[in-house]
Design a protein around this ligand. Structure first.
Ligand code: ATR
Length: 283
């Protein structure tokens, strides 16, 4: 029941119509018996400063931030978490004295998914496909997990070079130059938007020779549940998971920051099932 003491959290983005964040956060609050609601606001570029000023005055407890505001909201924060500052993007804001503090839970969400899959990538050279918005947090997470280097393959080599070329541990290649990666047995994370519903037949690289280099993979896409990239990995005997747990775990970490409490494993399992039903329908 919404009453006079119900807390409010929300997503800020543009567009927001298809977001799953309200579904996840309201399910978490219901399971954890927290008196809080979560909604979504479409906010145009340039309006985030005004929004945060008003929201802070109204005591809105927290926000998630998505495209196109993950970077442009930073100047309006009163503080930023060290990890989020290194990534250069925030996806979570929490109300503090004097304004909102920014965090990035995308990296934590990805790290938790990798750990829970049992993928131990410490000390390995790994492969990342893509250099867009999602790649920033993933790359940060890969190094936090202890990888020794990352082959970054992107359609636009210039974009990848501009963003990630400054770190000598990264080797930037075009998607077609995958043969320069020596040997096999690699972990690979797919961060491009290729294969996303409704374009489900497409994979960022078509050649089987690429997939033979990989034995473990994560596609951060979660719709469809098995992308063309994942299918190709499985066809050559590898293990591949989608990004649904990353989505769930980043929300769980944001929820922990909003409400200052951990979410129980049983709640996570319950919400995961509800989320699967919502995204994929009854199986
Ligand atoms: P996001 O915030 O979801 O990462 P983005 O910033 O637009 O979205 O990045 C999308 C990623 O998918 C980029 O790596 C993009 O490659 P470019 O940097 O060359 O644009 C990649 N991508 C999108 N469409 C692609 C396609 N048809 N083939 C290969 N890569 C593609």
């Amino acid at each position: 029941m919404i009453d006079g003491s119900t807390g409010v959290c929300a997503l800020l983005g543009d567009p927001v119509e298809h977001t799953l964040s309200p579904f996840i956060h309201n399910s978490l609050a219901e399971c954890e018996k927290i008196n809080s609601v979560y909604t979504a606001f479409r906010v145009r570029r340039g309006d985030t400063g005004t929004v945060l000023k008003g929201a802070g005055a109204m005591g809105i407890r927290g926000f998630n931030v998505t495209v196109p505001h993950k970077e442009d909201v930073i100047p309006y924060l009163c503080d930023i978490d060290e990890e989020a500052a290194k990534i250069g993007a925030v996806n979570t804001l929490c109300l503090k004295e004097g304004g909102y503090k920014g965090y990035n839970t995308d990296a934590a969400g990805f790290m938790r998914e990798i750990r829970e899959c049992g993928f131990d990538i410490r000390g390995e050279k790994v492969i990342m496909l893509g250099a867009g918005g999602a790649a920033n947090a993933v790359l940060h997470a890969l190094y936090s997990l202890g990888v020794s280097g990352v082959y970054i393959l992107n359609r636009s080599v210039e974009r990848a070079f501009e963003k990630f070329g400054g770190d000598k541990r990264n080797r930037i290649l075009s998607l077609s130059d995958y043969e320069e990666i020596e040997g096999d047995g690699y972990f690979c994370v797919q961060c491009t938007s290729v294969g996303l519903f409704p374009d489900t037949g497409a994979a960022p690289i078509e050649e089987e020779g690429f997939y033979k280099k990989i034995n473990r993979a994560v596609d951060i896409i979660y719709n469809p549940s098995e992308t063309a990239f994942m299918k190709r990995i499985k066809q050559v005997g590898g293990t591949a998971v989608n990004g649904l747990d990353m989505l769930l775990f980043q929300a769980v970490e944001s929820f922990r920051l909003f409400h200052d409490r951990d979410v129980s494993e049983s709640t996570i399992d319950l919400v995961r099932e509800k989320l699967k039903e919502r995204v994929y329908g009854r199986s």
